[in-house]
Ligand binder design. Structure first.
Ligand code: HEC
Length: 154
C-alpha cells in the first residue's frame, strides 16, 4: 500500500467508527446525567450527615425523631416533606413560630445556621433521605433560588 492509500484507509475507518458512535448518543447522555445525579446524591448524603451531626443532631437527635414537645421530628415529618423550599429557609434562617408537625404543635425557637447554600443543599438532601424519608436530591441551584425568596416573617 502506498502512503496515500494508507491515509485513506485510516480516514475511512475513522469515519466508520465516528458514525457508529453517534447512534445512541442521547441514551448515553441520559445515562451519564442520571449517574452524575446518583454520585451527587451519595456525596450530598455523606457531607450532609456530617453537617447534621454538627449543627442539627443536638436538637433533632441522631435518629431524627426530635425531642418531646420541644424539637419537632424530621423523620417522617409531614411538615418537612410538604415544602422543600420552606425547609431550606428554616435551615438557613431559623424559625420561631407555632407550627404543627405530624399533628403536634411546636413553638420553640430554632436558630439560623452559619452554613453556605451548598451545605444547606447537602444537609437537606441528607434529612430528606435518612430514616426512611424519600425526598431525593436537592440541587444547590434550587437552594439559591429558594433562599433568595424566603419569607421574612420567621
Ligand atoms: C436549638 C435547637 C435546634 C437546632 C440546632 C436545629 N433545629 Fe430545626 N427546629 C428546631 C425547632 C424548635 C423547630 C420548630 C420551629 C418553630 O416552631 O417554628 C425546628 C424546625 C425544623 C424544621 C421544620 C419542622 C420539621 O420538623 O419538619 C426543619 C426541617 C428543621 N428544623 C431542620 C433542622 C436542620 C437541618 C438543622 C441543622 C442544620 C436544625 N434544624 C437545627 C430546633 C432546632
Amino acid at each position: 500500500m502506498n502512503q496515500l492509500n494508507k491515509i485513506l484507509t485510516v480516514v475511512a475507518i475513522f469515519l466508520l467508527i465516528s458514525c457508529g458512535g453517534s447512534q445512541g448518543e442521547q441514551q448515553k447522555e441520559e445515562n451519564s446525567a442520571s449517574s452524575r445525579d446518583e454520585i451527587r446524591l451519595r456525596q450530598y448524603k455523606v457531607q450532609g450527615a456530617k453537617i447534621y451531626s454538627t449543627y442539627c443532631a443536638n436538637c433533632h437527635q441522631d435518629d431524627g425523631k426530635g425531642l418531646a414537645a420541644l424539637y419537632p421530628p424530621l423523620a417522617g415529618s409531614d411538615y418537612l416533606l410538604e415544602d422543600f423550599a420552606r425547609a431550606a429557609c428554616i435551615i438557613k434562617n431559623g424559625q420561631s413560630k407555632e407550627i404543627v408537625v405530624n399533628g403536634v404543635t411546636y413553638s420553640q425557637m430554632m436558630p439560623g445556621n452559619p452554613i453556605s447554600n451548598l451545605e444547606v443543599a447537602e444537609v437537606l438532601t441528607y434529612i430528606l433521605n435518612a430514616w426512611g424519608n424519600e425526598g431525593g436530591l436537592i440541587g444547590v441551584k434550587d437552594v439559591d433560588k429558594w433562599i433568595d425568596e424566603c419569607e421574612e416573617d420567621y
